[in-house]
Design a protein around this ligand. Sequence first.
Ligand code: ASP
Length: 309
Amino acid sequence: MSMAIIVHGGAGTITSDRAEIVQAGCRDAALIGWRILENGGSALDAVEAAVRALEDNPNYNAGRGACLTADGRIELDAGIMNGEKLNVGAVACVEYIKNPISLARKVMESPHVLLVGRGAQEFAREQGIPQCSFGDLLTERQYKRWKEAQSAGVETEEEPRYHRREVNRGSPREERHGTVGAVAVDTSGVLAAATSTGGIFNQYPGRVGDTPLVGCGFYADENAAVSCTGEGEDFARLLMAKRTADFVASGVSARDAAEAAIALLGARTGGTGGLIVVDRPGNVGFAWNSENMAHAYMTEGLDEPISGV
Ligand code: ASP
């Protein structure tokens, strides 16, 4: 069986000064996952390790470097899935966790599928996952953006600032990308998907997008694995990840499935974003309708990862 891994570092507008940095992080993450696959490791271990690397990298909106909510907190979401047994685990709205994807994996290994907030926090403690501080997750860059948004926002009693749709959507030029994800297939032909995010910049406290929702922000089965990024409400409405896997199941190539799903996103909701796909034979696909999507992949025959924005 052919191995393959593809990772993304979020869809949106990536300014030229950051294009190389975010591609380099994706290449590093793809290689970390690839080494695991090469050594006979599982697709699940590969996607978890790749996403952990991206969560640890402060240049992405996941783990350290995640964006702030309207009330100045960092709330993290993540989901992971093993396509062989349809095992799935996710966490939403967790704080003070350095690597939410590993917490999601622990949920996957428990009887639960999704844990949120306080319960997820308690579960982390039980699993021996240490809490980090707010400062461990916060970067200067995200704090500055949040401060600027606070001073720019005008709040009225009838329309509290963070209820407005444009606050969640942001201006089109605003750099809102940075969610991370990875999908892989291992030598046994098992597929896995993982996605992790800080959500949408300046989002309403407690708001949860597609990322930790199985079938929306991530999905893996016996045919394909998918990880999404973009305006989460629209991805959730369309069950984007599952829909993309279903396109592959119907005989469409990974590439065409990615493109068809993104075309549908634009046509049905007007939403923007992107996604990555890998199929069981080891073909990768990716598509986006935002300005950019940072990504990198490794497949058999390549000496080093190919990346792009
Ligand atoms: N999909 C994520 C969310 O809605 C954000 C993103 O991918 O940029 O929370």
